[in-house]
Design a protein around this ligand. Structure first.
Ligand SMILES: Cc1cc2nc3c(=O)[nH]c(=O)nc-3n(C[C@H](O)[C@H](O)[C@H](O)COP(=O)(O)OP(=O)(O)OC[C@H]3O[C@@H](n4cnc5c(N)ncnc54)[C@H](O)[C@@H]3O)c2cc1C
Length: 519
């Protein structure tokens, strides 16, 4: 094995939490390396909209949104089950400080993102508390930065490169990477971390598999595991009973299979919430994949008998959880009419080509609802649609209250008495097959308010930190609002870096021979 490279901090993974940790550590003068399994940086974070749920930030105040950390505390208290009070307090206190620290850097610009929160509960802020990175042109980034960032999902899945302008999650990763490299940070791609190295009882580096064999990367201060969940690992999903399927997840192919979580468990780390994910309805693709779908503007979703079972306009995680409640809801069928010219009246990432769907049978089209019901063997479909069209005419969904919440109407375009209720009455009709997808699992390593990984007895494993979907989520089984995965991942990354930076290194080997290297 070649000589180990040595840094102060080793960050495993390159999503929003990882890159925040890397940028903040390097900025503090700690030599830092990002160790990434694939040849692109950003993981699922790069596919994301880049919304960051960071309550009480200056960005939000600048946009004139009346909010305080206290109202976010009330909101979380109302919606979370058994929250860890210390971690919630740490998240809420740190979130505005993190945004201020990020905005000190000229590479990092944020703006408010209007998007409703996911629960009607005390403390909810209308139009939300999320912020997003300002988009950035590839040409305005330093050479090579844009090319290292994973392209948007529709292009990545098709094997295409990124766009001329990077927005959402790509802008977030690109901007953090820009600052990190400018400050002398190092990146190792094509390194799959599968082992954590120890010196005494301190985690002191990682071992990674590369095409050239095993490589060791040493960490003088510690390792931050921010390598996503295990959504792409079918065995673990089955073992821990995560609803859905590895084939239907939104994580990029070849990414999150959980090796770093397993490596931490091998050192005695505790885990929690292993059956949990950030769920969503997924449009099934002809190749068996799933596409995150939200913003339903028309149509109804029915089970295998042709019955509705939830408000289709629910925030996606809540709809996904409704899908998971009964076996006859996976797959479901999304039945819509010709109002949008045969395209899906919803936002699917990606939607795919309607003709390819029809050829593959993931979409079925018929000239009448009778024919559609017969083709799919959905005996209750006609009655369901008759009832739904009555609700649309009256403006009231008596069964599931669609159109009563601000989230329901955010995407709605209907012209009737309730704009979220649009009749399904214009042939031809299409039924699109829907599966239970996810934006990642969110069970993993148990961490404390400083991002330190804990053993089952509550003691911290020295030198080991975790954030993002590698850790058991601070919000448990709940998805509070847009940007919660990234916002919480970035905040605990910041707290972990503060802990790492504050360590007393007097007793440790302070050999500074490791340099800033790039592969
Ligand atoms: C279309 C879409 C839109 C979304 N929009 C939002 C949004 O606006 N806001 C929001 O908060 N969330 C959003 N999400 C969800 C969010 O993107 C993810 O849940 C979150 O970004 C996961 O972050 P992560 O850092 O834990 O994992 P990831 O971003 O997936 O990063 C993990 C990285 O670690 C690498 N890795 C894995 N294993 C190893 C290993 N063994 N060694 C080295 N590297 C490894 C992976 O290759 C990957 O690059 C969205 C998701 C999708 C799909």
């Amino acid at each position: 094995m070649p000589d180990a490279q040595v840094f102060d901090v080793v960050v495993v993974g390159s999503g929003g939490g990882a890159m925040t940790a890397a940028h903040l550590a390097q900025k503090r003068g700690l030599s830092t390396v990002v160790v990434e399994k694939t040849d692109k940086l950003g993981g699922t974070s790069a596919y994301s909209g880049g919304a960051c749920w960071l309550p009480g930030s200056a960005v939000q105040q600048r946009a004139g949104i009346a909010d305080s950390t206290d109202s976010a505390r009330r909101y979380l208290a109302a919606i979370l089950d058994n929250p860890d009070a210390d971690r919630i307090a740490a998240f809420l206190d740190e979130a505005p400080r993190l945004v201020a620290a990020l905005e000190e850097d000229p590479a990092l610009e944020f703006e408010w993102l209007p998007f409703p929160e996911y629960f009607e509960a005390p403390g909810r802020v209308s139009w939300g508390r999320s912020i997003q990175p300002v988009k950035v042109r590839r040409d305005d980034l330093p050479d090579g930065v844009g090319d290292l960032v994973r392209p948007p999902v529709e292009r990545d899945r098709a094997g295409e490169g990124g766009r001329a302008t990077l927005s959402g999650g790509q802008a977030l990763i690109a901007r953090l990477l820009w600052a990190f490299l400018r400050d002398g940070g190092a990146v190792l791609t094509g390194h799959c971390v599968d082992t954590l190295l120890q010196e005494g009882d301190r985690v002191a580096g990682v071992r990674a598999t590369t095409t050239a064999g095993a490589v060791e990367v040493r960490a003088r201060r510690g390792v931050v595991v921010a390598a996503g969940g295990f959504e792409r690992n079918p065995q673990w999903r089955q073992e821990y009973a995560v609803p859905g399927d590895a084939a239907w997840t939104m994580a990029p192919r070849g990414t999150n299979t959980g090796e770093p979580i397993g490596a931490a468990v091998a050192l005695g780390a505790a885990t929690d919430l292993l059956d949990q994910g950030w769920f969503c309805p997924g449009l099934e693709q002809p190749d068996g994949g799933g596409s995150f779908t939200l913003g339903f503007r028309g149509g109804v979703i029915v089970d295998q008998h042709g019955r509705r079972y939830a408000n289709e306009c629910l925030p996606y995680d809540r709809f996904g959880r409704a899908m998971a409640e009964a076996a006859d809801r996976i797959p479901s069928w999304f039945v819509f009419d010709a109002r949008e010219g045969g395209r899906l009246p919803a936002i699917a990432m990606p939607e795919g080509d309607p003709d390819a769907h029809l050829a593959a049978g993931t979409w079925v089209r018929a000239d009448s609802l009778e024919e559609l019901a017969a083709a799919l063997d959905l005996p209750a479909l006609l009655e369901t649609l008759q009832r739904f069209n009555g609700f649309a005419a009256a403006g009231v969904d008596e069964d599931f209250g669609r159109g009563t919440d601000e989230y329901d109407t955010f995407f709605a375009t209907g012209e009737g008495p309730n704009k979220a209720l649009v009749p399904v009455d214009q042939p031809p009709y299409v039924a699109a097959r829907f599966v239970l997808s996810d934006l990642g699992t969110k069970g993993g390593l148990v961490t404390d308010a400083r991002g330190r990984v804990l053993r089952a007895d509550g003691t911290a494993i020295s030198g080991l930190y975790a954030t993002g979907n590698s850790s058991a989520s601070v919000v448990g089984a709940v998805y509070p609002g847009p940007g919660a995965p990234l916002g919480t991942a970035m905040t605990f990354a910041s707290l972990a870096v503060q802990d790492l930076a504050g360590q007393d290194l007097a007793a440790q080997d302070t050999d500074r021979s490791g340099g800033q290297q790039r592969e």
